[in-house]
Design a protein around this ligand. Structure first.
Ligand code: T4K
Length: 364
């Protein structure tokens, strides 16, 4: 049996990609906001139904740069149930992360615990649409308005998600998407920031290009975070197929749901009302099941099936943060992180393989 990894990159046909990159041999323009970059920007604005976008070499630097662009100070409230990137992006901007717990239903920030963490030093909230589950955008928006805070969503997992017909990208002051190889939509490595204030376009493009503001002036201490033309070309191709890839993921998720629902000790995420999903991840909680999360993980591994403990450990347990910040009490996040397993999910995962994975979990 071939190994099954937690995910597998979606790719266009080889010929399709080769056709897309052919022009690059004509103009020899490979990076620094070239024609493919411009084309992808335009197509993504349309696909995501938004007004402003800046592309980046990866999602992490997209997040770091949008945080930098807002000139935030002091404390930023976020959740620890996420990939390292979210917390690192805050800390690498010289800001202090303040950890809010998550809610036990969809694992996004617990809005009932959020307000207590806001003080005079708070400048922003960075909530995570984890697994593509949508945060309580209304309540977060209301609190942010009352306390004059910026909201930057880590929407790394949420490409293509809509809420009551509105693109998830439209909420908050900005939203970051990851276009990493493991995501629903990929540009190999890549990412983007969607934002409301159109003045940010120029600044973000300068920040990602060493802070260069004109031929002979450098206005910001920027880095290099530009998406190159080969990445953009991959994005142009993958965007043509993303809806059918999401549809294929949907049938994988439906099969898992059919097989694993109503089993004592196994909990699945419930679909959220009004949300059009992208089926990015399939997290399962093992709580009181005959095998615990680690046992299921190991059992699958013996059959060369590599599920992943997304997200364990919590970022507020990372050794690099120990003794540096108040890691806070986030008991629900800890509870979920100790019990969650992301099962393999990708467009081309066959339903036979889904059945095999379920049979192993269910001891059939
Ligand atoms: N915020 C959140 C909430 C995120 O989850 C992430 C990234 C970010 C921010 C930052 O965005 P980026 O800067 O990455 O754009 C993976 C991804 O590398 C990472 O993008 C992702 N989150 C995270 C949840 O998962 P690892 O360490 O698990 O990756 P790795 O190399 O173990 O790959 C996992 C599986 O994916 C492999 O077993 C097979 C498959 N795979 C992997 C690669 C690299 C492919 O099929 N093709 C590939 O090219 O982090």
């Amino acid at each position: 049996m071939n190994p099954i990894q937690v995910t597998r990159s979606s790719m266009p046909g080889f010929e399709e990609y080769v056709e897309e990159i052919k022009d690059l041999w004509k103009n020899h323009w490979l990076t620094n906001m070239g024609v493919k970059h411009k084309q992808l920007e335009k197509e993504l604005l349309k696909y995501l139904d938004v007004s402003n976008i800046a592309l980046f070499v990866n999602g992490h630097l997209a997040l770091e740069n949008i945080i930098a662009a807002f000139n935030l100070t002091g404390e930023v409230i976020t959740t620890p149930f996420t990939f390292a990137s979210t917390t690192h992006a805050i800390v690498r901007n010289g800001l202090k992360p303040v950890f809010c717990d998550i809610n036990p239903e969809d694992y996004t920030i617990d809005v009932d615990k959020l307000e207590n963490l806001i003080n005079e030093k708070t400048s922003a909230i960075v909530p995570v649409h984890v697994y593509g589950n949508v945060c309580n955008v209304e309540k977060i928006g209301k609190l942010a308005k009352e306390h004059n805070l910026k909201v930057i969503y880590d929407a790394a997992h949420a490409f293509g998600v809509t809420v009551n017909g509105v693109s998830i990208a439209n909420f908050g002051d900005a939203a970051m998407f990851s276009f990493h190889a493991t995501k629903v939509f990929n540009t190999i490595e890549g990412g983007a920031v969607i934002f409301h204030d159109e003045k940010l376009y120029k600044k973000l493009n300068q920040l990602k290009n060493f802070g260069i503001t004109s031929r002979e002036s450098v206005g910001y201490i920027g880095g290099n975070a530009k998406m190159n033309e080969f990445q953009a070309a991959m994005g142009i191709c993958n965007l043509r197929h993303v809806d059918s890839e999401i549809a294929k993921r949907k049938s994988v998720v439906e099969r898992y749901t059919e097989r694993l629902s109503d089993i004592k000790g196994i909990k699945l995420c419930k679909p959220q009302r009004g949300v059009k999903r992208n089926y990015a991840y399939f997290p399962v909680i093992f709580d009181g099941y005959k095998l615990n999360r680690n046992e299921v993980f190991e059992k699958l591994k013996t059959q060369k099936i590599f599920a992943r403990k997304y997200f364990y450990p919590l970022t507020n347990r990372f050794e690099c943060y120990r003794d540096r910040f108040d890691i806070g009490e986030t008991p629900v996040a800890k509870y979920i992180s100790d019990r969650v397993l992301a099962l393999p999910l990708y467009a081309d995962l066959s339903l036979e393989d889904v059945d095999r994975i379920c049979d192993i979990i269910l001891d059939k």
